[in-house]
Design a protein around this ligand. Structure first.
Ligand SMILES: C[S@@+](CC[C@H](N)C(=O)[O-])C[C@H]1O[C@@H](n2cnc3c(N)ncnc32)[C@H](O)[C@@H]1O
Length: 324
């Protein structure tokens, strides 16, 4: 991925935006972890943890072949450790393939995991974009258990969700599976509080996109000149999802040069700067919408597990079984 081209495109388009993945440098990954632990309004983390800690044995397929565990957007790998521990009960060693755009954080996490698991975990990290990771999976033969946890999947544009599911489906055989945690919350106030929590903790994560832009490309945008807002847009159409619009509204007219990108931008008073590509981020799904999404990539939703509050569905997808 060409970071500079993507930023230039976003900041000169109408409306202006910064891609969601740009917030995840090392500082962003640390802010992300803080949001998970300290933002009590962010229901997703506790709901997902509840399912994974209670249902991991049901979720994880019972496999005799030594598996490759692929972790899309691995972050601190905390949740995937449940999968690693369970797989190591029946296998002496497994291969762990974490994929993450936050390269330094991935290197640190991989180092910590190799100290914890030693030779039993063969770690083959892929620093880079999801597309880079999926491309490399073409060369990984045998059984792949692919996880996409922590809400990373739903942070992509809908067309990227479909495109990447289609790419994954092509590298999966009948014995492989794909496990994705998806947000199924439909209640507007709960969603808006989670993304713009009254404690203000998540603001640091979103605004890290601007702090990073200032640091890496020489701009001087004052984060206090933007008022952060989140809006939940709901739809039940099967070929769509609900989503969150996340943006900073400019409190004053402002002009900025961004020397490292060779551009200058104007923000009018009340103009929005979005913190994601496309129409929204953090999609929310009905079960019908999840089935439609899977079908668009020739995958089947074979099973799913939810928490008691019905916030999260941990979904198990597989390729259709051929009968011989
Ligand atoms: C919401 S966090 C989830 C982290 C972790 N899986 C968890 O459950 O806590 C999303 C992760 O995906 C990574 N990420 C975001 N966009 C990415 C992209 N386009 N390609 C690869 N990794 C990406 C981020 O660096 C971050 O670690």
């Amino acid at each position: 991925m060409d970071t500079e081209a993507a930023l230039r495109e976003g900041l000169t388009s109408t409306p202006k935006y910064i891609p969601v993945w740009y917030r995840y440098d090392k500082a962003g990954s640390i802010f992300n972890d803080r949001c998970l632990s300290d933002n009590t309004y962010y229901y997703f983390y506790s709901s997902e943890m509840h399912i994974l800690s209670n249902k991991i044995k049901e979720i994880l397929p019972d496999v005799s072949e030594v598996p490759h565990l692929v972790d899309m957007g691995s972050g601190n790998s905390e949740k995937t450790r449940g999968f690693i521990d369970s797989l190591l009960v029946n296998h002496d060693t497994i291969t762990y393939i974490p994929v993450d755009i936050s390269k330094d954080f991935l290197a640190e996490t991989s180092e910590q995991l190799s100290v914890i698991y030693g030779d039993r975990l063969n770690i083959k990290s892929i620093p880079g974009d999801y597309d880079v990771g999926i491309e490399q999976l073409k060369d990984v033969a045998g059984l792949k258990i692919i996880t996409w946890l922590g809400g990373g999947f739903q942070n992509q544009r809908y067309q990227d969700q479909i495109r990447r599911l289609q790419m994954l489906s092509k590298v999966m055989t009948e014995k492989c599976c794909l496990i994705i945690s998806l947000d199924i919350t439909q209640e507007k106030k709960q969603v808006e509080n989670a993304y713009l929590d009254p404690t203000g903790i998540s603001a640091d994560l979103y605004l890290n996109a601007i702090t990073r832009l200032n640091k890496e490309y020489g701009s001087d945008i004052n984060t206090d000149s933007l008022k952060l807002e989140a809006e939940y847009i709901q739809t039940k159409t099967p070929e769509d999802t609900s989503y969150v619009r996340l943006f900073g509204t400019s409190l004053e007219p402002q002009q900025h040069r961004i020397p490292g990108l060779g551009i200058a931008i104007n923000l009018a008073k009340d103009e929005r700067l979005y913190f994601h590509e496309g129409k929204g981020v953090s999609c929310k799904y009905t079960i019908d919408q999840i089935k439609t999404l899977a079908a668009s990539a020739e995958l089947c939703l074979e099973n799913y597990w939810t928490d008691p509050d019905q916030h999260v569905a941990v979904c198990y997808f597989a390729t259709p079984k051929t009968t011989s």
